[in-house]
Design a protein around this ligand. Structure first.
Ligand SMILES: Cc1ncc(COP(=O)(O)O)c(C=O)c1O
Length: 397
């Protein structure tokens, strides 16, 4: 018997939360747990641009033979332009390239393998807190994982603490930064903060790995890429992980890319040869469907316009829910206390509610959010913000 000593590990707490929510018979329940965008009806829609692109592919596609190790070349070019900007000098100079991956998670996994195999001795610095999967991906690849302060117990962004920690990070280490819409907190760096981080990164010769999972959900498709493009133009080397799960609504089609920027075109070829080899051992060749959809959309002016408008509508819905929730808290005298919810970006909010209050919200009001007080604001609906605010007020008494 080989399996006798194998024990059971606890499941992902967010999936447990989803199950508990599904079982709750209260028709007025709220799912603020799982990290997917929802519309006013509580559905996670397929964008119309995606449907159009899928129809075209269905009509046109004649083969499902493998794509290459880096994926579809058109997807690679178009996603690089989306992230780095259409006129990026890096693309013109062939100093940047994308490897298609199964989602943003696949891009992070490939980045972790790349660091472990090709940059031996480099540790990685993660924000405290960060998306929990960051912790396990890099530790599993065998990297030394350290943390820089980001949001403290006072539920405020701690830029001074972040800079001080990076200032003493070993020279040459990798630092993971969230491009926008920080998961789990919703607190993003200001442009001045990004410039300060850039200076430390330069001084300590750190290699930034920028996780870009929410392009378009913060301030806009172009605006959200500002920090990524700043770092790409100012630094000789950069890693970027891009996810098409949220902004294209392609969650289960597993679509993403690892972008690499190098100081010259020859070095890009060296790095990409290593990435293809590493990817071959992970998933051999990437899944095609989602990337083919993205290439179809980004390569067609009409579909790109339609998609950009759909992303903008998703972004606006989240922004309006944030402002609306703070306004709905005003009659309870809580709008100052929760003003940060309107200032945060993306779907997630560190509300500042304690684990006890989160438990009470669930037991008394069927409001489901993660124990840390992280709420997916996109899971709320504008019509019931008053009820949500009343529930929050009840547990804050
Ligand atoms: C910060 C962050 N990075 C990366 C991802 C990866 O997303 P996916 O693998 O679904 O594309 C997510 C998804 O929740 C995320 O929140």
């Amino acid at each position: 018997m080989h399996f006798g000593a194998i024990g059971r590990v606890p499941g992902d707490p967010i999936l447990g939360l989803m199950e508990a929510y599904a079982k709750d018979s209260n028709p007025q329940k709220f799912d603020l747990g799982v990290g997917v965008f929802k519309d006013e009806q509580g559905l996670t829609p397929i964008p119309a641009a995606v449907k159009h692109a899928e129809q075209r592919l269905l009509d046109r596609q004649t083969s499902k033979s493998y794509v290459g190790g880096h994926g579809d070349a058109a997807f690679g070019r178009l996603i690089s332009e989306l992230v780095l900007g259409t006129g990026s000098p890096l693309l013109a100079d062939k100093r940047a390239g994308a490897t298609q991956t199964p989602g943003g998670t696949g891009a992070l996994r490939l980045a972790a393998e790349f660091i472990a195999h090709c940059l031996p001795g480099c540790g990685i610095w993660l924000s405290d807190p960060t998306w929990p999967i960051h912790e396990t991906i890099f530790a599993t690849a065998g990297l030394k994982v350290s943390h820089y302060p980001y949001v403290g117990k006072d539920n405020r962004l701690n830029v001074a603490g972040m800079l001080a920690a990076l200032e003493v990070a070993p020279v040459g280490d990798v630092v993971l930064l969230h491009a926008c819409c920080h998961n789990p907190t919703g607190f993003d760096l200001s442009r001045d903060d990004w410039h300060a981080v850039l200076e430390v990164v330069r001084r300590r010769q750190l290699l930034p790995l920028i996780d870009f999972a929410y392009q378009g959900f913060g301030d806009g498709l172009e605006e959200d890429a500002w920090a990524v493009r700043l770092f790409a133009s100012e630094l000789p080397e950069l890693l970027i992980t891009s996810s098409c799960s949220k902004n294209f609504g392609l969650y289960r089609d597993r679509t993403g890319a690892l972008l690499v920027c190098t100081h010259d075109a020859e070095k890009l070829l060296d790095v990409r040869s290593q990435l293809a080899l590493l990817a071959r051992n992970l998933w051999s060749t990437p899944p095609d469907h989602g990337a083919a959809v993205v290439a179809e959309i980004l390569g067609d002016a009409m579909l790109k316009k339609l998609w950009s408008e759909e992303v903008e509508a998703m972004r606006q819905r989240i922004a309006e829910l944030r402002v609306g929730l703070v306004e709905a808290l005003a009659p309870h005298g809580l709008n100052q206390r929760f003003a940060h919810i309107a200032a945060q970006r993306g779907m997630f909010s560190y509300t500042g509610l304690s684990p006890e209050q989160v438990g009470q919200l669930r037991e008394r009001h069927s409001v489901y959010m993660v124990g840390t007080g992280r709420a997916n604001i996109a899971g709320a609906d504008a019509a019931r913000l008053g009820a949500l605010a009343a529930a929050i007020a009840d547990v804050c008494r």
